[in-house]
Design a protein around this ligand. Structure first.
Ligand code: UD1
Ligand code: CA
Length: 468
């Protein structure tokens, strides 16, 4: 195979993406939580190339800035070089703009910047064939159900490559050809350079087609191969919002398939939104309408009822998340129960067996082992010990208008309903707080704190009866 130190991958991402009808440049549109360009970079990195070039043009500053900001997150360790294409006159001129970079390498793998579904394995196989067959150029061809919009691959009578004809330039017979150019190619750098100098503008838009370099290389009596893959989905290009939705659906179904292969139960895989990279243990059951996003890890034997949203969080084994629960940047230990409609905001930690119930909101707080916040509460900036029972409607008043303050509730405290803790405040272990109390001062261990006005009943001051 091509030695990695001789391989450069070039991603074409300068185009306007006019058909997206969007102010956001096409390579930055998200598919399953990651920009299209991010997916292509990750697959490129899997080949361990000596360099990755990205041709930028339309909204180049934003594209460069976004890529640079995410290189570490996407684990891209190959050197990334940005190449500016000043005249956006087609894929051929995009590659031409990168010539100073490409000259340094023997082999160039060119990828369109709008094919997020491509697979590393296919690119490996393409490189293998390219080397084994001593080719000068190779294009990935697939047969699609609807070839409209794509360049068609024309073959000679003996089945070898003849040329690629763009959809816009195709006659009726050519339009019937279903084998299309995926926009993924391998070139010997030397022949590519020669062919690029011979390109002439084509079509009504006077564009320089990269696809023409293949027939030019063939005319130099060099080998040009079509590498045909049966998995056409990986070649689907994103040119419109409808194709973006389609790519997203295909990627989600790949993720779902892999999870099911690992023993996860998805009740309705096509109605579950799980990002690539999310890890879920065997026998966890996921009901329809769940969103599991970002860097999330979920253990075994959990249940996620409908409409659960989890982002960048860690959930251990045997956790039940009832309907409508929302968890963000938080950690939940085994055997916890959440919801229905519980809300964990960033930096919340639930220790073993804790319960957070209906309409309770937790923020930057530790809920100790076996502690319960079951109904209508807000617990923020709080350190709560084990075995605490928090009554309905309890609120930590953590904000004084300027700063946030801590509430500390030690082990086995019993909090009655409708209590306010005015932070900073500490309640020591085994203390009891009477219902309706507003706690502003420290409560000693095993103490009973009641902080509410006494009830007064004034006779005959109530509602006047009409017919007394
Ligand atoms: C291209 C191919 C077509 C193929 C299809 C596969 C050409 C001439 N045609 O068509 O044969 O079937 O992809 O998806 O290549 N770009 C630049 N600079 C430019 C123009 C485009 O960098 O001046 C980039 C775009 O950002 C995009 C890629 O090149 O990532 C392809 O351009 P696009 O306009 O999407 O080409 P298609 O019409 O889809
Ligand atoms: Ca395209």
């Amino acid at each position: 195979m091509v030695a990695q130190n001789n391989l450069c991958i070039l991603i074409l991402a300068a185009g306007k993406g006019t058909r997206m009808k969007s102010s956001l440049p096409k390579p930055l549109h998200s598919v399953c939580g990651m920009p299209i360009l991010g997916h292509i970079l990750k697959v490129s990195q899997s080949l361990n190339p000596a360099a990755i070039g990205i041709v930028v043009g339309h909204e180049s500053d934003l594209v460069i800035e976004t890529v640079k900001a995410n290189l570490a997150k996407w684990n891209i360790s190959a050197p990334v070089v940005f190449v500016k294409q000043t005249d956006l006159s087609g894929s051929g001129s995009a590659v031409k703009a990168a010539l100073p970079l490409l000259q340094k390498f023997e082999t160039v793998l060119v990828l369109n910047g709008d094919t997020p579904l491509l697979l590393g394995k296919t690119l490996q196989d393409m490189l293998h064939t390219f080397t084994a067959e001593k080719a000068s150029s190779l294009v990935l061809g697939v047969t699609v159900p609807d070839p409209a919009g794509y360049g068609r691959i024309l073959r000679e009578a003996d089945g070898t490559f003849q040329k690629i004809v763009e959809d816009a330039d195709a006659d009726e017979d050519t339009k019937k050809i279903a084998e299309i150019n995926s926009g993924m190619y391998i070139f010997s750098s030397k022949e590519l350079q020669t062919a690029l100098t011979q390109l002439t503008p084509q079509g009504s838009k006077n564009e320089y087609y990269l696809t023409d370099t293949l027939s030019l290389i063939k005319q130099m009596n060099q080998r040009v191969l079509v590498f045909h893959s049966a998995d056409y989905k990986q070649a689907l290009g994103v040119n419109s919002k409808a194709q973006l939705a389609q790519a997203q659906q295909i990627m989600r179904s790949r993720v779902a398939q892999e999870l099911m292969d690992n023993g996860v139960t998805l009740l309705q895989p096509d109605q579950t939104y799980i990002d690539p990279g999310v890890q879920i243990g065997a026998d966890t059951v996921i009901c329809p309408g769940c969103y599991i996003l970002g860097k999330t890890v979920i253990g075994k034997n959990c249940v996620l009822e409908g409409g659960v949203y989890i982002k960048d969080s860690t959930i251990a084994d045997n956790v039940t998340l009832k309907m409508g629960t929302y968890v963000e940047e938080s950690t939940v230990a085994e055997n916890c129960q959440l919801g229905p409609y519980a809300h964990l905001r960033p930096k919340s930690v639930l220790c073993k067996g804790a319960k957070v119930g209906n309409f309770s909101e937790i923020k930057k707080a530790v809920i100790g082992e076996g502690s319960k916040v079951n109904h209508l509460s807000y617990i923020g900036d709080t350190q709560m010990g084990a075995g605490v029972n928090v009554g309905a409607g309890t609120i930590t008043c953590n904000y004084d208008g300027k700063n946030k303050h801590q509430t500390i509730i030690e082990d086995h405290v019993f909090v009655g309903s409708n209590v306010n803790f005015v932070a900073p405040v500490t309640v020591h272990e085994y203390a009891k707080i009477g219902a309706g109390s507003t706690i502003t001062k420290e409560v000693s261990a095993q103490g009973l704190a009641i902080a509410r006005s006494r009830q007064v009943v004034l006779e005959n001051k109530g509602v006047k009866k009409e017919h007394d």
